[in-house]
Design a protein around this ligand. Structure first.
Ligand code: SF4
Length: 275
């Protein structure tokens, strides 16, 4: 079958985050044969699964859950027990991008991406195939929609924000290394068993003795010490107060998100996980 003969599919990858959800809402009545997919690492937050159920009900169509051929623990062993990090994002490649590409196949397919007009970035780099591969589409950029518009879309739909937004601003695995310190504290307090599971991955390398940690410069055992938690909370409180005084009319959830942007020292987060 040639590119001209192949029917171009329409695929929208949900991450469980607000931007991809808002895009699904925005596109629902614009593209009748949209396929919705979610790359499930099996390590997502309970709030994400719950939110996706509500999104699915709103869309009136099933969300296809894509799983990697092998789970996180398999790939961790393959990568020498070296935890993924902002510099070594093997998890994104193996658990998110590969299942998505496998699902799309040879294409051609439009991949709808929820990057906004007020963001200076682009998403998934298209793969090439004889049938035309994956063609990225940016409806929010094309329509000039910015963060406030996305929030409005979610509120108008009745879906609102994912529940985890009260303590964390990005979707993705519960142990994601893109989390800020205050978000690790959130995980500790909201999902202590998941915090313990994340902690159990922090093991010394048997040969070098190096301790691989999720969070920069400290282990989760150190981070959960009461005085350290108190310090992290105090820092966050100061930051929130500063942001509040600058932007009086903002809601707490917006301020929390902005403190995240402000403290984002990880570089570009992975968009297939966090949009
Ligand atoms: S959410 Fe974080 S840990 Fe999970 S696959 Fe994405 S980058 Fe990796």
């Amino acid at each position: 079958m040639t590119a001209m003969e192949a029917k171009t599919r329409h695929i929208l990858g949900l991450s469980g985050g607000k931007d991809s959800t808002a895009l699904a809402v925005y596109m629902r009545d614009k593209v009748a044969d949209m396929e919705y997919v979610f790359c499930d690492t099996g390590k997502e937050l309970p709030e994400t699964y719950e939110y996706l159920k509500r999104v699915e009900a709103f869309l009136g169509k099933p969300i296809v859950y894509l799983n990697a051929d092998r789970d996180f623990d398999h790939w961790l062993a393959m990568f020498g027990n070296y935890l993924p990090s902002a510099k070594m994002r093997w998890c994104t490649r193996k658990l998110k991008i590969a299942p998505f590409e496998k699902y799309v196949g040879e294409g051609p397919a439009y991949s709808y991406i929820g990057i906004r007009a007020d963001e200076d970035r682009f998403g998934y780099k298209p793969s090439l195939s004889p049938n035309g591969g994956i063609i990225p589409v940016y409806p929010f950029k094309e329509a000039g929609l910015v963060k406030a518009d996305i929030h409005q879309i979610l509120e108008d739909s009745g879906l609102g924000f994912p529940e985890y937004y009260q303590w964390r601003t990005r979707s993705g695995c519960y142990f994601c290394f893109f989390q800020r310190k205050i978000e690790w504290v959130g995980l500790l307090e909201r999902h202590p068993h998941l915090f313990e599971e994340a902690k159990s991955y922090e093991r010394p390398d048997p040969e070098s003795g190096t301790l691989y940690t999720w969070s920069q410069q400290e282990s989760l055992a150190e981070l959960q010490a009461p005085d350290r938690v108190a310090k992290i909370k105090a820092n966050q409180h100061d930051l929130m107060e500063e942001m509040k005084s600058r932007k009086k009319s903002k809601r707490l959830v917006d301020i929390f998100e902005e403190t995240n942007d402000l403290q984002d020292d990880f570089g570009e987060p992975c968009m297939i996980c966090h949009l």
